[in-house]
Ligand binder design. Structure first.
Ligand SMILES: Cc1cc2nc3c(=O)[nH]c(=O)nc-3n(C[C@H](O)[C@H](O)[C@H](O)COP(=O)(O)O)c2cc1C
Length: 373
């Protein structure tokens, strides 16, 4: 399984883990995979703390950082110091009415301040300038060997800075045409992410997308993403020409994941058909758990979705309230269709071992397909 990309990046197996949780990044990296910290929700000061902690815990191994660099976003929100004030009253009132009707109380002042600092300021970083602030922090950490961007091709100054620092540049794509644009922009690693994935997704499935991307970018390493929770799917990804896999949902149910016990229990009970692509979290389509909240925004009386990053800023405090009051009926968190196979708490190390064992089983099965014929 040690493909060229694993060799280039210095990991043992090409299992890439996307997570907003530093513990997952560390455990995957220590287990021989390649952890990538989703930085887009962190304020720069907090990212600095997280990366310092990861540096101290990965025993010199390389890891990555992921930022969102949207090609379309609200330019005013990027300029002002406090983008929260740009959220229209009608949107706040609509959210408030849903929670008040459901009897969900406001956050205590302490929690509100924490959410504002850690998340609202972080959500403000879902713009190109916000990503630049985060990348400045990432580049201070020499073990960061890969920076990945999503939602658009990275701008030329970002590409130039990363290349000069000797950091590999990756990008997520949902269409072959995106991969072509990213390659032209200087991206060196393409993550072909199918619609079944958790988080921002397009509408083409992994099985269709990966061979198309491999075909249009024959000179670049490609990772398959979306729906991967089994070793047999890693074998399938490599058979389609990918050099590895990139997984997100699978880590959410691990002991190391940042989710609360309430949130994990929701995920353990969520099936593929309970997910939906909705713009309620960030203003762009995100695959997530379907809930009364996502459904309310689909109704004709809902205000239109705000552009990124404002919808995300609007959603954050609401989400914190829903989690605090443990309201499963209103809970929408990004998960992929593969949530179906996330049914109980395991550890990252167990997941890593299982994926590799299953991969070997799948390869053996394929080698023996003709036996006895
Ligand atoms: C909770 C969650 C948050 C995510 N946030 C981001 C993000 O900030 N940036 C990003 O590039 N991808 C993000 N993704 C997508 C992952 O990078 C990855 O492509 C996806 O999870 C793969 O599909 P899977 O969920 O079926 O494993 C997120 C996924 C999940 C589940």
């Amino acid at each position: 399984m040690r493909t060229a990309i694993a060799h280039t990046l210095g990991c043992d197996v090409p299992i890439f883990a996307f997570s907003h949780c530093r513990d997952v990044v560390v455990e995957v990296t220590k287990a021989g995979g390649f952890g990538v910290l989703g930085a887009s929700t962190f304020a720069p000061e907090l990212l600095e703390q997280e990366l310092r902690w990861i540096d101290e815990h990965v025993a010199g191994r390389p890891y990555g950082v992921d930022v969102l660099i949207p090609s379309s976003y609200d330019r005013e929100a990027e300029q002002v110091g406090d983008p929260e004030r740009l959220i229209p009253g009608a949107h706040l009132a609509f959210m408030e009415a849903i929670l008040a009707d459901a009897g969900v109380p406001p956050l205590p002042d302490d929690d509100r301040r924490r959410v504002h600092r850690e998340i609202v300021e972080g959500r403000g970083n879902m713009t190109p300038d916000g990503a630049r602030r985060l990348l400045k922090v990432a580049l201070r950490h020499s073990q960061v060997k890969l920076v990945v961007s999503a939602l658009g091709a990275p701008p030329p100054d970002v590409v130039a800075e990363l290349r000069q620092a000797g950091v590999m540049i990756g990008a997520l794509c949902g269409k072959a045409a995106h991969a072509v644009r990213q390659r032209a922009a200087g991206v060196q690693l393409i993550i072909a992410q199918g619609t079944e994935a958790g988080g921002h997704t397009g509408d083409i499935s992994t099985l269709v997308l990966v061979p198309q991307v491999v075909e249009v970018c024959p000179d670049l390493p490609v990772l398959a993403a979306g729906g991967i929770t089994r070793g047999s799917q890693i074998a399938a990804a490599l058979a389609m020409g990918a050099q590895g896999v990139w997984c997100g949902t699978i880590w959410l149910g691990t002991r190391e994941s940042e989710l609360t016990p309430f949130e994990k229990n929701v995920l353990f009970a969520t099936r593929a058909e309970d997910t939906v692509r909705s713009r309620v979290r960030t203003g762009k389509p995100v695959r997530m758990v379907r809930s009364r909240m996502s459904e309310a925004w689909e109704k004709p009386d809902a205000p239109g979705y705000l552009p990124t990053p404002l919808q995300g800023i609007l959603y954050n405090e609401i989400h914190a309230r829903i989690v605090r009051s443990e309201r499963r009926d209103l809970y929408s968190f990004p998960v992929g269709q593969s949530v179906t196979s996330v049914n109980e708490e395991t550890s990252v190390r167990e997941v890593m071992m299982r994926l590799q064992t299953e991969y070997l089983d799948a390869m053996e099965r394929m080698a023996n397909l003709g036996a006895g014929a």
